[in-house]
Ligand binder design. Sequence first.
Ligand code: ATP
Ligand code: MG
Length: 396
Amino acid sequence: MANVLLIRYGEIHLKGQNRGFFLRLLKEDIAAALEEFGAEVTLGQGRYYASGIADSCLAAAVDHLTRIFGIWSVSVAKEVDKEFSVICETAAALMQEELAKRGGSCTFKVFARRSDKNFPMTSNEICPELGHVLLERFPGLSVDVKEPEVSLSVEIRERAYVYTNEIMGPGGMPAGSNGKAALLLSGGIDSPVAGYMMMKRGLELECVHFHSFPYTSERARDKVVSLAALLARYCGTVKLHIVHFTDVQLALYERCPADQTTILIRRAMMRIAESIARKNGCKALVTGESVGQVASQTLDSLVVTDNAANMPVFRPCIGMDKYEIMDIARRIGTYETSILPYEDCCTIFTPRHPVTHPKLDRIQKSERAIDDYERLLQEAIEKTETLVVSGSQASG
Ligand code: ATP
Ligand code: MG
């Protein structure tokens, strides 16, 4: 009885003529993730199958698949001949394992799906017949059709597949199927979540981080590398551009009205990030901003920030409150790293009373008053360091 992974895709089902493009991309991603296990990946009716994986590696293989965008869910299934007696024996073996885990008794329900209409029994016939066989064999079993502890599924397709598990994937669209964007990645909670959400929609990310050494430490920089690595677990590798931002920040801090510093810094970030984005083929910026979260994220501040960018700015956290963002961060594995102590370049230069309703003309006037401002921005862009960060560098 061979084990095979049944890999279901989600939203790709809704695609029309271009479905083949997305299916090919997803197959490549699945094959790459399972390469180390020597898996053979094939596409069947509405499913991929991954076979040839040693039993001892199945859990690790499933774990890899739960980070591939486009995958709806995965089941470890027994692949057997399309004969009812064989299906019954396979189901009994699986049920025996489930009973052993549960102290000898549990409730169950049989689910059947027949896409091969040549199979002599309909799904409505398979369910009661198989249920009956199992009830006769195991006195500790009882049926619960509403909330069964064990769902035993049988699918009659290219072959017969029997399983008792379904592990959810992340959903979304295959990585990179929708082009590239630049994520402004701080060391906080929100921006890794924002990056994850856009990756899930099929965007490839380049990360841009603003570092103000010596006002921000090497430790703060390492933390951002760790966050980039955690995001890279969902796509293989990401590029991380580290911008040396100290001179720009000092100029704004020393030569502009103190209450404007925060919004001026945000605009400078947008301009630098946009330039790096264009050089690297990105068509949009992504930030972790959420309306009203802090002074720089009031509606008026966001409008003045947006004015500095000439490409779309995606803010997938915009309508979420902090607790919702934190929940996602925990689920995707970035939270524990995000809450490590660090100094962000914004916090260090934060005025005591930042403007919450900035006026664009006043902000622009402050920028014009710095006569070498364009040169400072240009120098920061030129001195940017780029690292390639791999998901295998991620800890935790
Ligand atoms: P996060 O929003 O990631 O939790 P934060 O709350 O410290 O971090 P904010 O001050 O809310 O950051 O900044 C809003 C957004 O601006 C961030 O989500 C991020 O996209 C961007 N940003 C802030 N600081 C930096 C930085 N040092 N480098 C890159 N992007 C930054
Ligand atoms: Mg934030």
